[in-house]
Design a binder for this molecule. Structure first.
Ligand code: PEP
Ligand code: MG
Length: 544
């Protein structure tokens, strides 16, 4: 048995033969060309055909993976109409007397190299796209049909890289999973794979000998086993069966409302740590994102992520959610979440220390950079901003003032942004006690029960020795939640829970009776929660 590791872009298990996909590059010799005018006509005819193919792909993607993910094919169509691109092809035909195949392939390579060298992450991402469109036209010119990536038997596809158009063309009935050597987890290809719900690994170093061998792709553990041992194979088959049972549950509950038997509705949203989790959100049919823990962007970086880098990530999430609410929590770094480049001091009591909003209000340049990035992303969908670790009205006012300053800057620069709701995490006893005053300042509260339990019970949530004492069902915690809901509602704020307790099914009925408006949980907990909600009847007395 051989084992190779990579980076999983979708949890799941795939079992089957590996099939290595070798791209059939169009022959692009500079050899016997017709006149430049005739080669240009050949190019133009192929370009029109490529545009038609892209139109068909767009429609297919629209149906299968939604408008936002299909948009890549519109981008490809636009790129094929781009004047600079067309001038470059023409220039090669005229100055080098080359074939149209050669001119288009060379233009694809040149533009791709130029895009890859740019600082702008968006343009860098276009490097693969320009190669993709050029390959498409070259294939048409050389009479090559688009290669079938898979054979007749279902298989796990192995490739150096897959372009978005290759990915969306994959016949899902034949595709068990895919493994690539290159590619980023933020690429459109990865987004499509997640949306299509296909277990996939990237960054895997494979070799030719893998072709045709039996393998287990274990997306949960980021690895692939080639020629798996018998006991491992049966364990994985069992795991796969359990996944299928879960899938069946998903299927029956998808698109159904989160409404009790007596008609009370509650929103069920999902928590995410980065843009890579968005596939799970879609897959589990969450109504929105109730907590985007933005600090993970900082933790994954070697240095402060720039406004532009953050903007692109927030925008991707917001666009993918296509108008559904995305609540972005501002930087909650410190305590257990440390990034070396922040140069935070060692502290005696880090959970009670310099963290979250305390850092943001004292290092305002970092905070403003994030607020600007979030505001800019808000032009692309429905965004809410949420401040963590609030203990006072002063903090909320200061944070809002900085937000207003960022809005004024953007207005002045002529940069668009949308309407954003502003809310706070209620995760300190202080916030609960002054919830009436805080509610006057914001649109919503989201209860961070992980920290609220820690601070209410005076128990370090990081200390495993105290697990036995860490009791989020403690009456003090439950009363705090009730008080927060009542105070929020008195002042027109909606109130949700985004801490782990929100997914605790033994408390779902209690939360509904308390009047919570939203529960935000890990994506895989969305549908089980929906099941419970739909089985409750609040018109009946609660069982003692
Ligand atoms: C919480 O404290 O409940 C919460 C959701 O935030 P985090 O777990 O990220 O501290
Ligand atoms: Mg917290």
């Amino acid at each position: 048995m051989e084992v190779a590791t990579g980076k999983s872009i979708l949890n799941g298990i795939a079992i089957g033969p590996l099939r290595i996909y070798r791209k059939a590059e169009a022959q692009a010799s500079a050899g016997t060309a017709l006149s430049p005018e005739e080669e240009w006509e050949r190019f133009e005819a192929a370009r029109v055909q490529a545009q038609e193919q892209l139109g068909v792909l767009y429609e297919k993607a629209l149906e299968e993976v939604g408008e936002d993910n299909a948009a890549i094919f519109e981008i490809h169509q636009m790129m094929l109409d781009d004047d600079d691109y067309l001038d470059a092809v023409k220039g090669i035909l005229e100055t080098q007397g080359a074939t149209a195949e050669y001119a288009v392939s060379a233009t694809g390579e040149n533009f791709s190299a130029a895009f890859a060298a740019m600082d702008d992450a968006y343009m860098q991402a276009r490097a693969t796209d320009v190669k993709d469109i050029s390959q498409r036209v070259a294939n048409i010119l050389s009479g090559k049909a688009e290669g079938s990536l898979l054979g007749d038997e279902p298989a796990i596809l192995v490739a150096d890289d897959l372009t978005p158009s290759e990915t969306v063309q994959l016949d899902k009935s034949k595709l068990l999973g895919f493994i690539t050597r290159h590619g980023s987890s933020n690429s459109h290809t990865a987004i499509l794979a997640r949306t299509m719900n296909i277990p996939a690994l990237i960054g895997v170093d494979f070799d030719e000998s893998w072709d045709g061998r039996l393998a287990v792709l274990d997306g949960y553990n980021h690895c692939v086993y080639i020629d798996p041992a018998a006991d491992l194979l049966s364990t994985m088959e069992e795991k796969q069966k359990n996944d299928l049972k879960h899938e069946a549950l998903l299927q029956t509950l998808k698109k159904k409302p989160n409404v009790t038997l007596d008609g009370r509705e509650i929103k069920v949203y999902a928590n995410i740590g980065n843009a890579g989790d968005i596939g799970l959100v879609l897959q589990n049919d969450a109504g929105g994102i109730g907590l985007f823990r933005s600090e993970f962007l900082y933790l994954e970086s070697e240095d402060y992520p720039t406004e532009e880098e953050q903007f692109l990530i927030y925008k991707r999430v917001v666009e993918t959610m296509a108008g559904k609410k995305v609540i972005i929590r501002t930087l909650d770094i410190g305590a257990d979440k440390q990034a070396a480049y922040f140069h935070l001091d060692q502290e005696e009591n880090p959970a009670l220390g310099y963290r979250a909003i305390r850092i943001c209000l004292t290092r305002q340049e970092i905070f403003k950079q994030q607020l600007r990035a979030i505001l800019r992303a808000s032009a692309f969908g429905t965004v809410s901003i949420m401040f963590p670790m609030i203990i006072s009205v002063r903090e909320v006012r200061d944070a809002k003032e900085l937000l207003e300053a960022c809005k004024a800057e953007l207005r002045q620069e002529g940069v668009a942004f949308g309407q954003v709701e502003v809310g706070i995490m209620v995760e300190t006893p202080a916030a609960v006690m002054i919830a009436d005053e805080l509610a006057e300042e914001v649109d919503f509260f989201s209860l961070g029960t992980n920290d609220l339990t820690q601070y209410t019970l005076a128990i370090d949530r990081q200390n495993p020795k105290l697990d036995h004492f860490y009791d989020p069902h403690h009456p003090a915690v439950l009363r705090m939640i009730r008080q927060t809901v009542e105070a929020g509602h008195r002042h027109g704020c909606w109130v949700g829970i985004c801490g782990e307790l929100g997914a605790d099914q033994t408390l779902t009925e209690t939360f509904l009776r308390m009047g919570l408006d939203e529960l935000s949980v890990s994506p895989s907990a969305v549908l089980p929660l929906r099941k419970i909600i739909r089985s409750l009847d609040l018109s009946k007395e609660p069982e003692a």
